[in-house]
Design a protein around this ligand. Sequence first.
Ligand code: ATP
Ligand code: MG
Length: 209
Amino acid sequence: MIDEPWTLGAESVIYKIERWGQILLLKQRPKKPYLLQAIDAQLRQSRTSRECKMLNVARGLGIPTPAVHWVDRSSFTIAMDYIEGTRLRELVQDVPPKTLEKLCVRLGRLVGLLHMGDVVHGDPTTSNVIVDRIGKMWLIDFGLAEMNATTEMKGVDLHLMKRAFETTHWDIQNEMLDAALTGYKQTLGENANSIIVRMEEIRERGRYH
Ligand SMILES: Nc1ncnc2c1ncn2[C@@H]1O[C@H](COP(=O)(O)OP(=O)(O)OP(=O)(O)O)[C@@H](O)[C@H]1O
Ligand SMILES: [Mg+2]
């Protein structure tokens, strides 16, 4: 294809290209050798279409997401805006606690906005949050996102966020979660409560079954 990959995701190869004076990012889902051919193609196809659709759905709900320029269904590749910035994952190490708290409140608000529109992200980790140079927060990686989300699905989404804080930012996970839930409640109001309760229930279930 073009040049060397810029980075590798868990399920994707990422390229940066220049088109019409603009930097674009290509997210390609390569073949997985251990999967049956037909299943592999179907999975890559469905994740690619889903990501494309859900990036747009989320933007419609007011969440900053990269705009999709084109999709190549034969190579399972999406061309989207390259968001120049730093992932929340890296910022966690670098910013003072007060700033981190504010960032997590904002992340919680964005997840709240998604859930208010009955959409779940599906992989709400700090690697999928980019803060750009003017401080705007973007969400990426919508290949597992879903519409018509139920309380259970939203509870799972919060649980996944909590687990991401736990496993990658264990020393400050509680502060991060508190801040994120504060932001979440700011967006969802009363409706946040049943989902947060469900998040706790899902955690308990995971522990005892
Ligand atoms: N539009 C974008 N602008 C800037 N960087 C991006 C963009 N999309 C992806 N990236 C970078 O590439 C990495 C991998 O992308 P993405 O998370 O979409 O792929 P993935 O294969 O689903 O990865 P993973 O499963 O590891 O989260 C991101 O963590 C981010 O650093
Ligand atoms: Mg990712």
